[in-house]
Design a protein around this ligand. Structure first.
Ligand SMILES: [Zn+2]
Length: 686
């Protein structure tokens, strides 16, 4: 190692440090590095790799988001087939399965068999192949024999290790597990889609499946998938390989995978039944969707002895919870026109209690889904709601259809403005394209004042409706011309609330640039993308120039794909939008990053970071190092604790260094310290 050229050694250190930080954050859920520090070290690695591409290794964190596969996904054969499991829905099914297992293993009826209980996560099964420790392939389940090769997308999942954390990894390892989208991420994705006027995903599993098949790995990266590993296959001759499913889970954890913490060793059938019952209610508190539990025989030799039926292993079973479905009678087909003109059909039905709430409306997503369901007036429908998930119409009981009932279809014209609806070739969405459609204007205004955008208190949907219906507001900018007296004259408004609203609107002009950008409601530009864009392009003028002239500088931003660049280009090229920006600027909006925002002004990337200095550094005195850290917003402390962000160690470092190592506090040398500092401060020190 000591013979390695300095850049190679530095790149290796950075990779290890960044991998450890990512593992702590994504797998252990115990962050140990500030985002800003991670970003800086990551950038340093990117710079080294850009200057010397031979330094790039396949497990470098920079290789998580790669290029899109040229022609979709190829099909691959699984090394070991992915069989589905037999299902059990009640204690009787479970007992019958256990009885068969005892018989096949030639055990006495009363023998306890040790099992492992695991949650059945409602995601998408993946097969990951590692060779000599490196992730070489990831595939979907497919038909169990062949799946789709989606390696580039799976590499973006931060909880999937690109390299196994093992000293001597076996020649190959096959890991099975479930990719998933947690409920809050799912809600955020759907909220963003709603804000952008796109159709919503029905549930996290659909969102996850759709994401895994995205052609652009950047889009996948932005969706923040997670992964729980649960099955391990090793070569037969692996020395000291696990001898039980429980040990396999521990092996996976040690190799750097996230293993679901709720797995449990179950000594007998009664324990299995208790596990199943407990999670029927317990699962509602989990941050992700589950639809049952999986029970596996723990001893791998016994698994072998039990073997397989034609289509499933005998040694495992999926115990499923009853789906939360209920019948209801369809009352009406309603249509919602969103901010971008997308028309969403909504079923309104007789209220039914479902998963703890009363439900009377469910989205039908789009015209295709509506046609597929073949809804007729007065139909008896089956509605489903799983946990926090939005209700949906699952199917129609057409045998109960009233005779002569009319088939329901989307209207031809916009229910709001009467203009003809448009459906473009290849698009699922039907839209109203009249830009002065009141529904679109109302949506744009609601979005502008919403929490993640300009966050204007006291301007609710009802008031916006009045303002638009009375022709008082025809654009976002018009909001800022409203006076208190006029507002006070509106329904359900008083002098006080009118005064407050005028103040709130004026105050909203101070909101940061990324919120203004998000508030504009540009197609595909949700909160996350708006932040990334605002950081890279510190003003509307910069962003407009880039969107029109150099779209490649936009797609170079992490998480930003070609469709977003295209949408920005269209938006900035539209004259009405240019007028809006001019109006906003005249009203006092900066449309640019302020001095305290990232991307401008004095840089203080070390804010909140604590450093401990030990030993003598090659060029900096102790007080000079301290001054540099403080200039960048960091603090210097005299003693090492778990809260210490970094120990900066030089020659003859003493007990502080060993303490840092024992606590797992990252250790930097002088060059490492300088790499954390903003360029300006770092060069001043030379
Ligand atoms: Zn319309």
């Amino acid at each position: 190692m000591s013979a390695a050229p300095p850049n190679q050694a530095r790149a290796g250190e950075l990779r290890r440090l960044l991998q450890r930080a990512a593992h702590a954050y994504y797998v252990l859920d115990a962050p140990e590095m500030e985002d800003s520090v991670y970003d800086r070290l990551y950038r340093e690695l990117l710079e080294l790799e850009a200057a010397q591409p031979e330094l790039i290794t396949p497990d470098s964190p920079s290789q998580r988001v790669g290029r899109a596969p040229a022609e979709g996904f190829s099909s691959v054969e699984h090394r070991i087939g992915l069989l589905s499991l037999d299902n059990a829905f009640n204690p009787g099914d479970l007992e019958a399965w256990y009885g068969r297992l005892l018989k096949v293993l030639d055990r006495e009826p009363a023998t306890p068999l040790e099992m492992v209980g695991e949650l059945k996560i409602d995601g998408n099964a993946l097969a990951l192949s590692y060779e000599h420790g490196l992730l070489v392939q990831a595939a979907t389940r497919g038909d169990g024999e062949r799946g789709e090769q989606i390696t580039a997308n799976v590499r973006t999942i931060a909880s999937v290790p690109l390299r196994l954390q093992l000293e001597n990894p076996p020649a190959w390892v096959e890991v099975r597990g479930e990719a998933l989208i947690p409920d809050d991420t799912f809600a955020a994705i759907n909220a963003e889609r709603a804000a952008r006027g796109e159709t919503l995903f029905a549930n996290p599993r659909n969102a996850c499946a759709g994401t895994l098949r995205q052609l652009d790995p950047k889009v996948v990266a932005a969706r923040r998938l997670d992964f729980f590993a649960y099955t391990l296959h090793l070569p037969q001759d692996t020395p000291q390989g696990p001898s039980s499913q429980w040990q396999s889970l521990q092996w996976l954890q040690a190799a750097g995978f996230k293993v679901n913490p709720n797995a449990k060793l179950l000594p007998n059938l009664a324990a299995v039944q208790a596990f199943f019952r407990a999670w029927d209610t317990g699962r509602r508190a989990l941050p992700y969707a589950t639809d049952g539990v999986v029970v596996k025989l723990n001893d791998l030799r016994l698994q072998d002895a039990a073997g397989f039926t034609q289509k499933a292993p005998r040694w495992a079973i999926a115990l499923k919870y009853a789906a939360e479905e209920a019948p209801s009678i369809l009352l009406r087909l309603a249509c919602q026109v969103g901010r971008t003109g997308v028309v969403t059909p909504v079923a309104e039905f007789e209220p039914v209690p479902l998963a703890g709430t009363t439900v009377s409306r469910a989205t039908l997503h789009n015209a295709d889904r509506l046609a597929e369901l073949d809804l007729h007036a007065g139909d008896t429908i089956v509605v489903r709601k799983a946990g926090e998930i939005i209700p949906e119409v699952v199917r129609v009981l057409s045998e109960l259809r009233p005779p002569g009932a009319a088939r329901l279809e989307l209207p031809q014209v916009c229910p709001e403005c009467g203009s003809e609806l448009v459906r473009e070739e290849g698009e699922a969405a039907t839209r109203c394209v009249n830009s002065s459609c009141p529904a679109i204007l109302r949506g744009a205004l609601r979005h502008w004042v919403s929490k993640g955008a300009l966050d204007v208190d006291g301007l609710g949907a009802k008031l916006i409706e009045q303002l638009v219906d009375r022709g008082l507001v025809g654009s976002i900018a018009d909001l800022y011309g409203l006076d208190a007296a006029l507002l006070a004259s509106l329904e359900r408004m008083g002098t006080k609330s009118a005064d407050n609203l005028v103040v709130a609107l004026a105050a909203s002009k101070q909101q940061p640039w990324h919120r203004q950008l998000y508030g504009l409601g540009i197609h595909h530009v949700g909160e996350v993308n708006a932040k990334a864009l605002a950081k890279a392009f510190p003003s509307a003028a910069d962003l407009a120039t880039a969107a029109v002239n150099t779209p490649e500088s936009i797609t170079a931003v992490f998480g930003i794909g070609a469709e977003i660049a295209q949408s920005l280009q269209q938006w900035f090229a539209t004259p009405a939008n240019q007028l809006l920006l001019e109006d906003l600027e005249r009203l006092g909006f900066s449309l640019a990053a302020g001095p305290e925002e990232p991307g401008a002004g004095p840089e203080t990337p070390l804010t909140g970071q604590t450093f401990v200095l030990t030993g003598s550094l090659p060029s900096l005195s102790r007080s000079a190092a301290q001054a540099l850290i403080e200039a960048a917003g960091g603090k210097v402390s005299g003693s090492v604790s778990k809260k210490t962000s970094y120990v900066v160690a030089g020659e003859e470092a003493g007990s502080k260094l060993s303490k840092a190592q024992s606590l797992g506090v990252p250790v930097l040398d002088e060059a490492g310290l300088k790499s954390l500092l903003p360029a300006k401060i770092a060069t001043e020190s030379n």
